[in-house]
Ligand binder design. Sequence first.
Ligand SMILES: [Zn+2]
Ligand SMILES: [Zn+2]
Length: 89
Amino acid sequence: MNNQLSSVERKHLERVKSLPCSVCDDPAPSEAHHIKQGSHYLCCALCEECHRGSFLGWHGQKRAWAVRKMDELDALAITLMRLYVKANA
Ligand SMILES: [Zn+2]
Ligand SMILES: [Zn+2]
């Protein structure tokens, strides 16, 4: 797989990171969580805690996700919705 980001992919990831957290609405900047590694258009915007927090985060015990009954696709849907809202503002 080509690990080099194209300029369009880089721009997309910057836009994702400029959104609030898709799980807890923590304000930007966020981190981009790749649902599928290497698929830059399958990224959701997450704060550090909801992303990598050992208790709350997706890469941990996922408690922030569990209390909201969310999975990665729910978070992706919110990220996409916010991207479109922003693009059309
Ligand atoms: Zn969060
Ligand atoms: Zn991640």
